[in-house]
Design a protein around this ligand. Structure first.
Ligand code: SF4
Length: 350
């Protein structure tokens, strides 16, 4: 049986996820930003807690109508770096390939919220996909192709496999990376057939799994994630630092440990991009830096992600982790996990 997904304010209200008095306001939100919340994820929500971290991520709120100056429809400049439809080429050795604009769930803080959803974009046509693959094939400097969207893991196994094989056939591409929320948001899609379809034959395959709270790792999600690992796919994480969701040391440590517990290496913790109507999720940079430093001080080295921000306009990411080294004159001083500083002998060239 196909899983149920709530797609309208009235469905969310019937499921007890938004108060009846908010229906009109949330309907105005829904006119701007698409809604999808699988029942499986909705079941994780504590309906008695208005600050439930799962609800905050997926259930629309009136704050989304509050677009601020400085927020942008395309905050990381995808369009400015798109030479052909579906391709974003920001850095010489890698490209994004955006196959679809749909997702199994629509996150309320999404930086592509003006471009995701069935009404905001169409999947790449056959001709567009051919042109995108020809673009990659014609540039030997492209080492890695990052499939993103939308969520590329909404594709059928046959379609995902076909695209994976076409990319693998390009000799100079050595790494294929899928960016996806599917393993936690719609784990039933990660069938043995799907894992088999995308596993690498001749190239390395990574899946960067997006999750923001430890409770998203349901037993079904764990099965899906293990299935990808068993297919020989390398797993890394991506999360967004979100007010009310993972902005405490305890929540962030639990999240990083949840990733590690299922074999996912914490990779990126993103500062929230300035997409319209998302300011209620924003955590100040210094707060994020202090949280990540404490993760580094108190947890296994494997648990520390790169804390990154995308420079507006799409220049690159910038890493914002506080450094463990500082220079005072000729003295290079290292910060230990005890918070003290120690000189590093021989750091200077003689
Ligand atoms: S799954 Fe990713 S692309 Fe889709 S709404 Fe969430 S953050 Fe945006």
């Amino acid at each position: 049986m196909k899983p149920v997904t709530f797609r309208s304010p009235s469905e969310l209200q019937s499921a007890g996820l938004i108060p009846a008095g908010d229906l009109e306001t949330i309907s105005r939100v829904a006119e701007q930003y698409v809604i999808a919340l699988p029942e499986r994820l909705a079941d994780l929500i504590n309906r008695d807690d208005p600050s439930d971290p799962i609800s905050l991520q997926y259930v629309p709120s009136r704050e989304e109508l509050n677009a601020l100056p400085g927020e942008a429809e395309d905050p990381i400049g995808d369009a400015a770096h798109s030479p052909v439809p579906g391709i974003v080429h920001r850095h010489p050795d890698r490209v994004l390939l955006k196959i679809t604009s749909t997702c199994p769930v629509y996150c309320r803080f999404c930086f592509r919220r003006e471009r995701v959803g069935p009404e905001k974009g169409a999947p790449l046509s056959k001709a567009e996909l051919e042109a995108a693959l020809a673009y990659i094939a014609g540039r030997p400097e492209i080492f890695e192709v990052i499939l993103t969207g939308g969520d590329p893991m909404v594709l059928s196994p046959a379609r995902a496999g076909e695209i994976a094989r076409r990319i693998e056939a390009i000799d100079h591409v050595r790494v294929i990376r899928w960016h996806s929320r599917v393993p936690v948001a719609a784990p039933e899609r990660v069938t043995p057939e799907f894992a088999e379809a995308i596993r690498g034959r001749t190239k390395s395959v990574f899946v960067a799994i997006h999750a923001n709270h430890a409770r998203e790792f349901t037993p079904e999600a764990r099965v899906a994630i293990r299935r990808l690992a068993q297919a020989g796919i390398s797993l890394v994480s991506q999360s967004v630092l979100l007010r009310g969701v993972n902005d405490s040391f305890e929540a962030l440590a639990d999240l990083m440990r949840a990733f590690l517990s299922v074999g996912i290496k914490p990779y990126y913790l993103h500062q929230l991009d300035a997409a319209p109507g998302t300011s209620h999720f924003r955590v100040p940079v210094e707060e994020g830096q202090a949280l990540v430093r404490r993760i580094r001080d108190e947890l296994s080295g494997l648990a520390t992600p790169h804390f990154v921000a995308d420079i507006p306009g799409g220049v690159s990411k910038a890493v914002m982790n506080l450094p463990d080294i500082e220079r005072r004159g000729d003295d290079f001083r290292l910060r230990g996990r005890d918070g003290e500083h120690y000189s590093l002998p021989g750091a200077q060239k003689n």
